[in-house]
Design a protein around this ligand. Structure first.
Ligand SMILES: Cc1cc2nc3c(=O)[nH]c(=O)nc-3n(C[C@H](O)[C@H](O)[C@H](O)COP(=O)(O)OP(=O)(O)OC[C@H]3O[C@@H](n4cnc5c(N)ncnc54)[C@H](O)[C@@H]3O)c2cc1C
Length: 438
């Protein structure tokens, strides 16, 4: 019989973070990954945020960390019948003393492997190529897990870090499978390109840096957005939409990617370039207020990251809350084990953290998403905004511009929305600017 203090299912961002924190505190930890190695089953080509990475590895990044490009800014493309409006935003502080990198693009298959190695170095045992097929219960309480080959592993605490379709969450009775309005499907294509081409079109100010492109528009991504994340020698083009939207008759996501690629912006750059691969992946995407608060801990078991629905329901980001949630869950599990009480009651600090960090993030998404897509109506906003800009450029005198700006002030709301998005992404200068505007 194999017995551990903490058993973790999943060696993604959340599971490896929890494993590292727990092992560092002397816990006997095992964590499982169904893939040949961590990251193999995950959609790669995402961006990871420094503030969250440093919660787990304070001196992050190391020399051998497999990073792609430092994110120095983003371009927001607003598409409408009038054209495409591009808002460029740079997140590097203007003063060079403060140019700390906020985020990096990564290939998840490389990065997750490195991230899990840090937990192994701290003393956690990683078991790969092993699918956890069920949990083990005794007197109604979770006491361990079982692999598909029938091997059993027992622990005082089980952490479910097994992603969107979490077996731990479902089998432990937290919830059923996500409903179509609670999950989004993402599809991502990765195109190889010469470094010089990427530097030219997506490069930032420093070597190996970039700016991300986010496209909003009815014909590109009707219920979400489409994004280009540059890597050293490839670009990832991806989009996502709620499953319910697709069931309601929306086109399939490959259609939108192909439509987008027909556009002249990219048509010339990607002419004759074949994708190296494409991948689709689900993320939780809670589009409606839950009827009751989401439960994330029960006797002997906690759920974290995508398993706990932690993805922001506006921008689709989940890496930071997965990583910080993994850390919190591990710390609270350690305290509970030391006190000899691993009941749901003893895990309440984790539920409290979740309610304040994750739910407030979701609340933000509910508000802005509802406003942008339901109340304001994206097209009605983008068209006048483009017209406003056209007016500005047509008028040579400032006194003509000011009244027309005032008249159209309410129509500048997408810009405010964009600033809010930037503010939420912890891009300090824009958060400050937003603070002074509202
Ligand atoms: C295309 C795409 C792009 C994204 N880009 C970003 C981004 O730029 N920024 C951002 O913040 N977020 C992004 N996200 C969301 C982010 O990837 C997730 O929120 C994050 O990976 C969640 O981490 P996790 O550890 O909870 O789950 P996961 O990353 O899903 O990890 C779960 C792990 O558990 C393993 N596993 C699952 N079930 C079992 C089992 N039964 N037995 C053993 N192992 C199991 C899986 O193989 C996997 O390795 C993106 C998502 C997608 C799909």
């Amino acid at each position: 019989m194999q017995t551990y203090d903490i058993v973790i299912v999943g060696a993604g961002p959340a599971g490896s973070a929890a494993a590292k924190i727990a092992a560092e505190q002397g816990m006997k930890v095992v964590f499982f990954e169904r893939g040949n190695s961590p990251g193999e089953k995950n959609a790669s080509g995402s961006a990871i945020e420094m503030h969250a990475a440093r919660e787990i590895i304070p001196d992050f990044p190391h020399e051998d960390t497999p990073l792609q490009r430092a994110v120095e800014g983003g371009s927001f493309w607003l598409q409408s019948e009038e054209g495409l409006l591009c808002l460029n935003a740079f997140i590097q502080a203007w003063s060079t003393e403060k140019n700390d990198v906020k985020a990096y693009t990564v290939y998840r298959n490389e990065f997750d492997k490195w991230w899990a190695e840090k937990a192994v170095e701290a003393g956690a045992k990683l078991i790969t190529k092993t699918l956890i097929s069920d949990i083990i219960k005794e007197n109604g309480k979770v006491i361990g897990v079982q692999t598909e080959k029938g091997e059993k592993f027992f622990g005082n605490v089980l952490i479910g870090a097994d992603g969107t379709n979490s077996k731990v969450a479902i089998r432990s009775g937290f919830r059923g499978p996500w409903k179509p309005n609670e999950v989004a499907l993402c599809v991502k294509y990765d195109y190889p390109l010469p470094k010089t081409t990427i530097d030219q079109f997506w490069g930032g100010f420093s070597e190996n840096s970039c700016k991300l492109d986010l496209y909003f528009g009815q014909s590109m991504a009707p219920a979400g957005y489409l994004w280009i994340f540059p890597n050293k020698e490839s670009i990832s083009i991806a989009t996502g939409t709620g499953l319910q939207e697709m069931l309601n008759g929306g086109e399939n996501l490959n259609y939108y990617i192909h439509q987008f690629l027909q556009h002249t912006i990219l048509g010339r750059i990607l002419k004759n370039v074949k994708p190296r691969y494409y991948i689709s992946h689900e993320i939780p995407y809670l589009l409606t207020y839950p009827t009751k608060p989401l439960e994330v801990c029960r006797d002997n078991v906690l759920i974290v990251g995508d398993a706990a629905g932690s993805v922001c329901n506006f921008d689709g980001e989940g890496w930071d809350s997965a990583v910080i949630g993994g850390k919190k869950a591990a710390e609270i599990a350690i305290d509970a084990i030391s006190d000899g009480d691993t009941s749901k009651q003893s895990f309440q600090p984790y539920q409290k953290w979740y309610n304040s960090y994750v739910l407030s993030n979701l609340d933000w998404g509910w508000r802005i998403g509802h406003w942008l897509f339901n109340e304001a109506g994206y097209e009605q906003l983008a068209n006048p905004l483009l017209k406003t800009f056209a007016t500005i450029f047509d008028h040579p005198h400032i006194d003509h511009i000011v009244p027309s700006l005032n008249k159209n002030l309410s129509q500048l709301l997408p810009l405010l929305g964009t600033l809010m998005l930037l503010g939420k992404l912890h891009l300090k200068p824009y958060a400050d600017l937003l603070g002074s505007l509202v």
